[in-house]
Write a protein that binds this ligand. Sequence first.
Ligand SMILES: Cc1cc2nc3c(=O)[nH]c(=O)nc-3n(C[C@H](O)[C@H](O)[C@H](O)COP(=O)(O)OP(=O)(O)OC[C@H]3O[C@@H](n4cnc5c(N)ncnc54)[C@H](O)[C@@H]3O)c2cc1C
Length: 487
Amino acid sequence: MKKKVIIIGSGIAGLALSVRLKSKGYDVEVFEKNKNVGGKLSDFYLNNFRHDFGPKLFTMPNLIEDIFEDARVDIKKYFKYDKLDIACKYFWDDGHIFNGYSDSQKFINEVHKKFDKEGNKVEEYIFNSKKKFNLVKKIFLEKSLHKISTYLSFDALKGILNFLQLNIFISLNSLNKRYFKDDKLIQLFNRFATYNGSSPYLTSGIMSIIQHLEHDLGVFMPKKGISDISHSLYNLATDLGVKFHFNSEIDKILIKHKSAVGVSINKINYKADIIVSNMDINLTYDRLLKGYKKPFFIKNYQPSSSAVVFYWNMNKSFSNISVHNIIFSRDQMKEFDYIFNRNSIYDDPTVYICSTSKIVKEDAPSGCENWFILINSPFDSGQNWKKIKKNLRNNIIKKINSTLKVDIESNIIGEKILTPVDIENETLSKFGSLYGSSSNSLQSAFIRHPNFSKNINNLYFCGGSVHPGGGIPLCLNSAKIVSDLIN
Ligand SMILES: Cc1cc2nc3c(=O)[nH]c(=O)nc-3n(C[C@H](O)[C@H](O)[C@H](O)COP(=O)(O)OP(=O)(O)OC[C@H]3O[C@@H](n4cnc5c(N)ncnc54)[C@H](O)[C@@H]3O)c2cc1C
């Protein structure tokens, strides 16, 4: 008889896993507390403008291709995407502009053009970033770190022999300063620490591998917007026969003789042979495994940063911005000091602006744009978000106006604002952290909760708060790791 698997949550990892396990012949059911799929990777309409709830940056589409390939289904029937020419356009308020191309040679040429004398160093940086990525991917990103078998391979040996080249024991900022002299270029390369919710002054130099993903392998955009990743995996899962239950918040994992045997909602039990939680690992312990001991490092973890997001419906289009844009803070060190030490947001924060309607025309009415403004923020620890939101709105409007030479206030015809508290409530991520735990210490970049329970049989974990980490590519890898662990 086919084994039955219940997955708690339909975030990107839960969706990917549902397809993977169904393709392997398991009987799969997914329980989702919300009325729709995707978790942080979902979307909504604000009047007639479509907005993606969370992620905007899409790299490594090969990981999605792999899921369809393993299911022996032609991806083109479900999911299409294009490569962006410019991964991100960067602005400084002294008028300096840099196009971060999605192709390494074009990126290097732009550095030669805009940052005189740094071009050769960038070439070396990108080359080393690729080398580091290839060394860690097989052992760290694609396998469970908590199984002996992971270390008994040629790839593991290669990784261990080249350990010192990975720049694990140096901060990202110190590494970048070794390569570059120009403060603006250091600021640009430092920003990649935020991709796992960390500070460049604290997180490990291994994070420099992100440079390879973005400016070498490239940045992509699905034809129907970023949430189409969730929609297409959901469509594939339902076509394969995965059963979804919406508005269904699991409140307990049922355990018998040290094995997970089912889940329950309001005392109604659903039995299964295997349970996988795609819920934030901390809340899985707090709410679904009451009475079971939390591992030490989960109890003492530092949550990753969160965000305040402004979704704006704009009544005109702006020719001087690209799909992804960054307007940098004048003082990056202060900005991160506010986020990680003062639990607040600096008055002059880095402003990220994304407008998917520049290429997904259906996302906004003709001549208009959907803007997503993200400001990195501390996780929720009871701050006065109403006050922070108000100050922040004024500060970012001033900053956008002066840098882009616009007057945007009058162009905003619809608005929704998201704080860390909303992120916690809507996706059940503890303290509203975007990426589970932060990687703000050299070892924490690697130490996350395993993808399986060491004490309870048949219980597994996938998603951004467990190994290998947060962000779309790593969540997809966590699904693959769990699928490989379940035999
Ligand atoms: C504003 C923002 C911007 C981001 N930007 C990027 C980006 O540009 N690029 C990138 O790669 N990543 C980005 N991220 C991070 C990325 O979105 C996440 O790492 C990833 O989507 C997390 O997926 P997940 O599988 O862990 O599940 P989640 O998206 O956290 O979803 C978990 C799901 O489980 C459900 N659930 C929880 N508990 C229960 C329960 N008890 N019963 C039933 N259902 C339950 C929730 O409702 C939710 O749907 C961003 C995130 C946010 C919020």
